[in-house]
Design a binder for this molecule. Structure first.
Ligand code: SF4
Ligand code: SF4
Length: 430
């Protein structure tokens, strides 16, 4: 049935979606977006937009709250696609378009090489697809995932970098062209390697391979698993030896208390929340403070909000620290490179606010009442729990370079704390 007809038939304008939405405060947005979508032709302006559709995090909290499985986000996505059809892709959409000159990951690559993975291009039973984010930006995710695979003795190959973009983040922003161009090529490459299992870290890549590609392309002759699903399987098969006491490793007072951050695009969008918890529950010397995703907090990164409204986005990420701390957590574990980067940035700004002296920012963990907590990727944590060495990472560099890239890629990127961040990263930049 036509999307607008579904809303006309089923939406009672009860406002339950608005009660939980972090961005919009009136159910009037629903008929207004319906009017926008159906007015004019596919590629011609009709009724003007009354609401700023860039404010949506695409967190899907609204859909989860709706008794009819509707919410606001579906209308936002359709509105974004229509707007792109009329006005063309925006600079912001170009950031995640691998064919665009202002692609964020290409820009970061001008200063720092992407991760050089072993096993690129070889035939293997398992293919790891880190996606642009874990190859080019938040590299600790890609590096840690292959470490965990090696600890479990998995025969794997890697398809990494911007060349192997899945196209789904761009499609989520309203520009479907990269997905249309790259989908079948990605599938053919995996088939050519004779692979039976594809694993992705990024929720966007997972959604592309699991849900979108089967509807649009052919010959998906392999199983698609998110990293946490694959780790849970390895655990069941007795191949993941979580031998290290992580409470002792982190110097916890008793067990290490873990807050698992549910990425919106994994938990609500594709229903993955049990597997990461199953894996974390098996780690010795650790316990989860949030055994269900109830009341999970959006990290603020998604839907393009980080680029259009950076301070709003980072303030939302700081909420994750506050929530985790209120539950007595020692550490936050994420399962998405974008979430992780934003939550690290939320921790950075929180620490700056907490700092009562002029000694400057430190990304070392400190004994403090400040609610900023250490942030780890799931694969990074699991690789440590298997007895591995810490994965190379530099949080200040990560958030400095990603902001610098946004500043150079966008004409109007306006992030007030950038100068302070640059000075913390390198005082000589002052
Ligand atoms: S979309 Fe769902 S929750 Fe929102 S107003 Fe309509 S029926 Fe209510
Ligand atoms: S998906 Fe968008 S509209 Fe829905 S709750 Fe999240 S921010 Fe609000």
């Amino acid at each position: 049935m036509d999307l607008i007809q579904v809303y006309t038939d089923k939406c009672s304008l009860c406002g339950l979606c608005i009660d939980v939405c972090p961005s919009y405060d009136t159910a009037d947005i629903i008929p207004s977006l319906c009017d926008y979508i159906q007015s004019g032709g596919k590629n011609e302006e009709g009724r003007p937009l009354e609401y700023d559709i860039r404010l949506c995090y695409t967190c899907n909290v609204c859909t989860a709250a709706c008794p009819e499985d509707l919410g606001i986000r579906k209308l936002i996505s359709a509105s974004r696609e229509k707007k792109t059809g009329i006005h063309g892709a925006t600079e912001e959409q170009g950031l995640v378009d691998p064919f665009s000159k202002n692609n964020l990951y290409k820009k970061i690559g001008e200063w720092e090489e992407p991760v050089e993975f072993k096993n690129e291009g070889i035939k293997s039973k398992v293919v790891y697809f880190p996606g642009c984010a874990a190859s080019c930006m938040n590299k600790v995710v890609g590096r840690s995932t292959v470490k965990a695979l090696e600890a479990a003795g998995v025969d794997y190959s890697v398809m990494s970098g911007i060349d192997y973009c899945c196209g789904s983040v761009s499609a989520g922003a309203g520009n479907t062209e990269p997905l249309e161009k790259l989908g079948q090529r990605n599938i053919d490459e995996i088939n050519a390697r004779g692979s039976e299992i594809l694993i992705t870290t990024c929720p966007g890549c997972y959604r592309a391979f699991k849900l979108i590609y089967p509807q649009k392309f052919e010959n998906l002759n392999f199983e698609v698993l998110q990293t946490s699903e694959y780790f849970a399987r390895l655990l069941e098969e007795g191949k993941l030896d979580l031998k290290r006491d992580m409470g002792g490793y982190f110097g916890a007072d008793g067990k290490l208390k873990i807050f698992y951050q549910d990425p919106c695009h994994l938990t609500r969008a594709v229903g993955i929340y049990k597997e990461p918890r199953r894996v974390l529950a098996a780690v010795s010397g650790a316990e989860l403070v949030n055994p269900t995703p109830e009341n999970s907090v959006c990290c603020g990164f998604g839907g393009g909000v980080r680029t259009s409204f950076p301070e709003k986005s980072v303030n939302q990420a700081a909420e994750v620290h506050k929530h985790a701390k209120s539950l007595g957590s020692d550490i936050i574990i994420t399962n998405c490179g974008g979430c992780m980067k934003n939550i690290i940035e939320g921790g950075y700004t929180t620490k700056k606010e907490c700092s009562s002296n002029d000694s400057g920012y430190s990304n070392e963990s400190e004994e403090t009442d400040c609610c900023a907590l250490p942030v780890y990727d799931l694969a990074e944590f699991i690789s440590l729990a298997c007895g591995g060495e810490p994965t190379e990472r530099d949080d200040l560099k990560l958030i400095y370079l990603s902001n610098k890239a946004l500043q150079e890629c966008l004409t109007h990127y306006d992030y007030a704390p950038f100068d302070e961040l640059a000075a913390d990263y390198d005082p000589d930049l002052k």
